[in-house]
Design a protein around this ligand. Sequence first.
Ligand code: KG4
Ligand code: ZN
Length: 332
Amino acid sequence: MLVLGIETSCDETAAAVVDEAGTIRSSVVSSQVDVHARYGGVVPELASRAHLALLPPVVGDALHGAGLGAEPGRAPVDVVAATVGPGLVGALLVGSSLAKGLAMAWEVPFVGVNHLEGHCFAALLDHLELRWPVVVVLVSGGHTMLLAMDGPGRYRLLGQTLDDAAGEAFDKVARFLGLGYPGGPAIERTAKAGDPTAFAFPRALLDQGFDLSFSGLKTAVVRAVRARPDASDADVAASFQQAVVDVLVAKGLRAAEAVGASGICLAGGVAANGALRAAFADACAAKGLALAVPSRAMCTDNAAMVAAAGAWQLTHLGPSPLDQPAEPGAGL
Ligand code: KG4
Ligand code: ZN
């Protein structure tokens, strides 16, 4: 079975071909960073328009990259999967409408995929041997969640952010420091030359439950910089990043212990962060927990994860109706 996956929930226009074994035959991601950078964040209407222009060639590249041509009368893939939520409604509509149109034209099933579930599948692509349950630390620009995963399609929400998502905190702090957009990679780069102990930023809710909060941390950074305008960006970035890492690692480990998990999966754009990956690697090794971390490219938004989730969904739950709506506020 070959699955064409399409992802357009935010500002990456992506298409990929994945087979039923989870092997990625092609994965194309066209970033809209240049479109949104001058505004310091994603402008929804501009994202929709850019998806409209970029998606057809991106799908063509993904099919071509997988060695699939458009032969008249023959569908190049067996199923078309697209993200239907959560995300920006106009952006979701562009991707899911094209996916439905292709499925109709090729007479193959359409599968609507939850973007958050896609991120969870990214962690599974290379680590299918995991013993359930595992704890998924899902940290992206729009979401920060701790999930107990009892298997594909079976998730229990243990805790989530009460305010900003982890990636949102990275983006806001980067913007405040004038480091550019997107903020996560900019903070990571800047932090390399800094001292993570230079500022004692707060670790909110560290000893309480599984919920998280990052808005106080962001405010603490602003206050600290205003009080010490001579402080180096590197020290501020490193101390901020360390505060986020400390909280996520502590909560992830506590969640794993609470649900008797065999390991931890990292997922979402913030999981591309080197300091976070290294801290989880050390912590899991010390506790005898398995750690599944997608490649950096599979952490940030991509369509291979959508195709992988779509393959599982088609096999276990069947196709989605062609009138499946976009669900901007979908949960997991
Ligand atoms: O998963 P994703 O690509 O899109 C959403 O579903 O939100 O995540 C994007 C977020 C952004 O906030 C971005 O700043 C953050 O992931 N991010 C990072 C890094 N790379 C991307 N945060 C920290 N360190 C990184 N290296
Ligand atoms: Zn995402």
